[in-house]
Design a protein around this ligand. Structure first.
Ligand SMILES: Nc1nc2c(c(=O)[nH]1)N[C@H]1C(S)=C(S)[C@@H](COP(=O)(O)O)O[C@H]1N2
Ligand SMILES: [Mo]
Length: 345
């Protein structure tokens, strides 16, 4: 039996009651065996957070009877936007995949059902469903701070910037990975619009916080919402760093961070913040959502480094979702040619 089929068989059926529990804080906490106190909840949740997951979680799609088209439904649906997809593939990035060896794209339905987006739920395979009600149009990203021309960029303005398709490996700190064709705008093109000053040394990013449409926020009241992340200005300006607009040739589905998210392929997945509403150019180093919760486990830099274990597990190997294939983790995800220079000590 194939890996996938074995996993399908092993997953217990998800009942509607279970599902309701995940969006209901009290019973969710009870299920986790956690008291209602904030501290306890945060401790347990962040331990669970990026640490606890089951391979088998990946494959509820079949049980839920959901097809690929539903899973990949784009967040942005306007005709003018759809006309920009698929963007032209820039093939020069293909050779960094898998250390230059052959690779196969991850099956789209796995990428679109196995998601981390805690604003909706910590249950990966339920994110897509809870995210369907999330409003992503209209949308603006405010770009502000150390720059000469702060701006509020709406969908039309952002979608006028050049975008292309690039296949990158995407690696979560939990050790799963996927090989996917992103569509995106180089973040440097966005930042250049506002003319950063010489004081801009860091960039801070913030996700939307729409409690009505994001049930995971109230379900985890101890988390420092809204989700926020950061890069150095050199990391943000690096050619690899994308403001992601799409995947598999279409605008991003909501569960993957529609309408605009980061894609930073040499860092662990939590740096690739979703559904961004604010970008701030800063002189001082900001903290991040996960760093605030567990600084020893999720430091600001968080580059992919096979020889630096997470305090609770090894990072030497990674497992591709969809096939279960296990491969050695590559330093900087294989993108050392682009970024090793940023970390010379
Ligand atoms: N706002 C927000 N961004 C987020 C997260 C999140 O919970 N909230 N999870 C991160 C983590 S841990 C990972 S691995 C990736 C997952 O992206 P994907 O679901 O599109 O694969 O998104 C990152 N961006
Ligand atoms: Mo992650």
């Amino acid at each position: 039996m194939s890996y996938t089929n074995r996993i399908w068989k092993a997953i217990p059926k998800l009942t509607p009651t279970d599902e309701a529990d995940y969006v209901n804080r009290r019973s969710f906490m009870k299920k986790l065996g956690v008291g209602a106190s904030k501290g306890a909840a945060v401790g347990a949740m962040s331990g669970l957070a990026i640490g606890c997951l089951l391979d088998s979680d990946a494959l509820f799609a079949q049980d839920l009877g959901v097809d690929e088209k539903t899973l990949l439904a784009p967040g942005l649906k306007g005709k003018d936007i759809l006309a920009k997809f698929p963007a032209k593939r820039d093939k020069q990035y293909d050779k960094y995949m898998n250390g230059g060896k052959a690779f196969k794209l991850t099956d789209a339905k796995f990428a679109a059902i196995y998601n981390n987006f805690y604003e909706f739920t910590t249950r990966k395979t339920l994110v897509w469903r809870l995210a369907q009600k999330f409003t992503v149009d209209p949308w603006t990203i405010e770009v502000t701070g150390e720059c000469k021309k702060p701006a509020k960029l709406d969908i039309d303005k952002l979608m006028k910037l050049p975008q292309e398709e690039r296949v990158y490996r995407f690696r979560c700190v939990e050790t799963w990975a996927m090989d996917v064709p992103w569509t995106g705008i180089q973040l440097s093109d966005v930042l250049k619009l506002v003319e950063p000053t010489s004081k801009a040394k860091y960039v801070r990013f913030t996700t939307a916080m729409n409690k009505k449409e994001m049930p995971g926020i109230d379900a985890a009241p101890g988390y420092p919402w809204p989700y926020f992340e950061g890069l150095t200005i050199d990391e943000a300006m690096n050619e690899l760093t994308l403001l992601g607009t799409g995947i598999y040739g279409k605008p991003l589905p909501k569960q993957m961070g529609a309408p605009f998210r980061l894609v930073v392929p040499w860092k662990y997945g939590y740096k690739s913040i979703k559904s961004i509403v604010k970008i701030e150019l800063l002189e001082d180093k900001p903290t991040t959502f996960w760093e605030k919760l567990q600084p020893a486990e999720y430091p600001f830099e968080s580059n992919i480094e096979p020889k630096v274990p997470h305090p609770r597990w090894s990072q030497a190997k990674e497992r591709l979702i969809g096939t279960g294939e296990v491969r050695p983790t590559l330093l900087y995800g294989g993108y050392g040619d682009f970024v090793a220079k940023l970390y010379k000590k």
